[in-house]
Design a protein around this ligand. Structure first.
Ligand SMILES: Nc1ncnc2c1ncn2[C@@H]1O[C@H](COP(=O)(O)OP(=O)(O)OP(=O)(O)O)[C@@H](O)[C@H]1O
Ligand SMILES: [Mg+2]
Length: 287
């Protein structure tokens, strides 16, 4: 009995948050690096299904760099990176499309249904949601079919919202030339959040958030203001995979998203903790 009363108490405590968040859009980028076992994945997706059922509008964007590298290895294709971007020639693009659009995307969709939710898997190519334009590396090198998001067409997301589907998006874009482009998942999430004027953009990754010392969770920065970011980039506190995340956060904030977060996706129910508790978790990046 005592346990049941405690459970009821938790529901009552969550109520103001549920009410506050009803109807709000939250874009969640699910990092490939957080892909542990299926149980861990289900844990995250369960939170997303619950968010949808209490009236929120979650939109999922996923990564998958590690799976792509593994799949390329199996085919004897080397993974080459220039300035942090994957060199994506035609054979590599085929693997990217298969792994992101085929394997990971459909696995997430299937699990959401298994957990009682409704999801539709899309790539940025569908309904020309993500229009991509070809980019070069920072040092000016040609890196193949790698694109930046030139435009987001949210029409398909709105139609899915009417039918209460959770959109699950693989980060690929359609070029004006008709080619498929590999788009950074963090950038895609930031662009989609901005275009939807989402309330929040949340990155689920494999570390507790942005730490002053990269490998020391005790140095976690719980709040970062947008104006502090250039210095953190310049002095190397933010490096590697964190760079596109923070850039996506800045883009989203400039486009009217209220708050952006980088949190530990390996922590059970990290998303619910972030949204339905006053403390929150990880790093928030605010205007
Ligand atoms: N200041 C920092 N604090 C914490 N982590 C940092 C910092 N700077 C760089 N990192 C690195 O960023 C990584 C997270 O980005 P990464 O691209 O590896 O994962 P992801 O984006 O979640 O997954 P994927 O790219 O597969 O979608 C961390 O594992 C860490 O090594
Ligand atoms: Mg990454």
């Amino acid at each position: 009995m005592k346990e049941s009363i405690q459970k009821a108490q938790i529901l009552v405590e969550a109520f103001p948050y549920i009410k506050q968040w009803s109807g709000r859009t939250v874009v969640v980028k699910y990092g490939g690096s957080t892909r542990g076992g299926v149980e861990e994945l289900k844990n995250t997706l369960q939170d997303i299904v619950l968010m949808k059922f209490v009236g929120m509008r979650p939109v999922v964007v996923h990564g998958g760099g590690k799976d792509i590298t593994r799949a390329m290895e199996k085919l004897g294709l080397p993974s080459k990176f220039v300035d942090g971007l994957r060199v994506t020639d035609l054979p590599a693009m085929k693997v990217v499309e298969k792994v992101l659009g085929g394997k990971i995307n459909k696995q997430l969709v299937a699990l959401i249904h298994q957990l009682g939710g409704k999801a539709v898997g899309l790539s940025g190519k569908d309904a020309a949601m993500l229009q991509a334009s070809r980019i070069k590396s920072k040092s000016g090198k040609d890196i193949g079919f790698v694109g930046k998001v030139a435009k987001v067409n949210t029409a398909v997301l709105q139609s899915m919202d009417r039918e209460k589907f959770i959109p699950v998006i693989a980060p690929m874009g359609l070029g004006k030339d008709g080619h498929t482009y590999n788009v950074n998942a963090d950038e895609a999430a930031g662009a989609i959040a901005g275009a939807l004027k989402a309330e929040k953009l949340v990155f689920l990754t494999d570390v507790p958030g942005i730490c002053r010392k990269k490998d020391d969770p005790k140095t976690l920065l719980s709040t970062i203001r947008a104006r502090e970011v250039p210095k953190l980039l310049k002095n190397g506190v933010i490096s590697g995979g964190m760079i596109p995340k923070i850039e996506a956060c800045l883009h989203a904030l400039m486009s009217g998203v209220h708050k952006t977060h980088i949190i530990d996706g390996t922590l059970p129910h990290a998303l619910l903790l972030e949204i339905f508790t006053p403390q929150g978790v990880g790093t928030e990046i605010v205007p």
